[in-house]
Ligand binder design. Structure first.
Ligand code: TYM
Length: 446
């Protein structure tokens, strides 16, 4: 097992167990293996066909990422003076590539940027999406660096049947409002839709990078990363180039200077990038890491920090889906919908009250408890719930009630913030422009 494996195994166990302690389990016998890629996320099934939990250590080993260890979190705290976010403390962000190099940059005071994104497949985000976005906002506050957020409406047009260009562009605008409502600082954040930005707003830099990059990547590499075959549309074969070059600072040279027309490609190409996302997006970024140094103006390999998946309401082993309403809490759900969905969610409790009191429940597979692990800040309270549930002292209904109250309040807070995001506010965030951040390091003048 890799050094300092964080819990990694399945969804959040108790907070105590999550203190980047190492947990080893006997691997289950699989009938089908887990499948994780940007478009399909399924845990495997056991020999009886039952869905297993995700094996995050296995995926980290398979893809050769590093598990986030205690020493890295301690270094982070020492450098930034900030206690690691609860999702770091609890091992929910569990893996990385070159996060230590980003900390080196921070230590030296060198510039770097953050990059994350969303594929607008529906009008509203679900709470699973809020994980990378909330976390990125927190990182932006801690590091005080520029951030770009890519809305891949072109990806959704190409990969989801039945969506028109007009529909996905409209989803981009709606999703931009959701993203802005997470509280990003306008001075430091540029949000763009691929259709709108590449069509007219990028002054050609992004497109030039896409062409240069696509010339380096052959079909075998695309097939290796994404499993394409001869029937894959050529649009799908090309699209990953775009999500890749979005990690190059030189795709947005205007961020570093007022004169929007200036060509500062050579100087901005060297600025590193950190990408927070769930682990399903990693295949894109392996491709860019394999090729970024081969670009005509070489760019550093982007660093990544990966999260686990907030499980679907049906239980461990599934990812929420924007097209399956009962699989997820959406950020536009009403309090009543939230209540209904949590009440119907998968429980780790026993079949009857008597049995539950006698045998205790299993918080490790209990969806309401797992959601509490993501959204409840109080470590001590979570530990109490974990123990009481295991002993059968806390009942299924009580766990669900706690979860309903917390999620109703989280979604209400979000909806109040979103109501303030007007179309004009969206335009401000989506305008290509120079960004401002602490020290405003300007590599073009150094
Ligand atoms: P999309 O829209 O599928 O997902 C947006 C972000 O949410 C993460 N995510 C989740 N995280 C935790 N629990 C879940 N249940 C869950 N479901 C989704 C995804 O990993 C992602 O970080 N192609 C991308 C858009 C994109 C992007 C990027 C994402 C473009 N550039 C850079 C991350 C980083 C997509 O369709 O994401």
């Amino acid at each position: 097992m890799a050094e300092n494996a964080s819990t990694g195994l399945g969804e959040p166990p108790s907070v105590a167990a999550l203190s980047v302690a190492e947990t080893a389990t006997t691997p289950a016998k699989h009938l089908t293996e887990q499948e994780i890629n940007p478009w399909d996320v399924q845990a495997g099934t056991d020999e009886h066909g039952n869905t297993l939990e995700f094996d995050y250590v296995a995926i980290s080993q398979k893809w050769n990422t590093k598990l986030l260890d205690k020493a890295t979190l301690e270094r982070f705290e020492k450098l930034t003076g900030k206690k690691p976010h609860r999702w770091l403390r609890r091992g929910l962000f569990f893996s990385h590539r070159d996060f230590d190099l980003i900390l080196d940059c921070y230590e030296r005071g060198d510039p770097f940027m953050l990059y994350t994104g969303r594929g607008p497949s529906a009008g509203s985000l679900h709470v699973g999406h809020s994980i990378p976005f909330e976390f990125t906002k927190w990182l932006q506050d801690v590091f005080d660096v520029p951030l770009v957020i890519m809305l891949t409406d072109d990806e959704k047009f190409l990969f989801k049947e039945g969506l028109t260009v007009e529909a996905v562009k409209q989803f981009s605008k709606e999703n931009a409002k959701d993203v802005i409502a997470m509280g990003y600082d306008l001075q430091k954040t540029f949000i763009y839709s691929d259709f709108m930005f590449m069509g007219s707003g990028s002054n050609g830099h992004f497109y030039e990078n896409s062409m240069e990059f696509s010339k380096l990547v052959n079909f075998n590499q695309m097939r290796g990363a994404f499993g394409y075959d001869g029937s894959t549309s050529s649009g799908r074969v090309f699209f990953p180039n775009l999500q890749c070059v979005a990690a190059f600072a030189s795709s947005y040279p205007f961020i570093w200077g007022d004169d929007i027309e200036a060509d500062r490609k050579a100087t901005t190409a060297a600025i590193p990038c950190l990408i927070p996302c769930a682990i399903d997006q990693d295949p894109y970024f392996r491709l860019v890491r394999d090729n970024s140094l081969r670009m005509p103006r070489p760019s550093p390999k982007p660093a990544l920090i990966h999260s686990k998946f907030l499980t679907s309401l049906q239980g461990a082993g599934g990812k929420m889906s924007a097209s399956v309403p009962m699989s997820a809490i959406f950020l536009d759900d009403t309090p009543n919908q939230i209540k209904k969905k949590i009440n119907a969610s998968f429980s780790g409790g026993q079949e009857t009250l008597e049995l539950h009191q006698e045998l205790g429940g299993n918080p490790d597979v209990d969806v309401p408890y797992q959601y509490l692990c993501y959204f409840e800040d109080d470590d001590e309270k979570l530990d109490r719930f974990y123990d009481a549930y295991k002993k059968g002292e806390m009942l299924t209904g009580e766990m669900k009630k706690e979860c309903i109250t917390l999620l109703q309040s989280y979604v209400k807070g979000f909806q109040e913030a979103r109501a303030k995001v007007t179309d004009d506010v969206v335009k401000d965030y989506m305008k290509p422009r120079k960004l401002e951040w602490k020290g405003n390091p300007n590599p073009t003048k150094s």
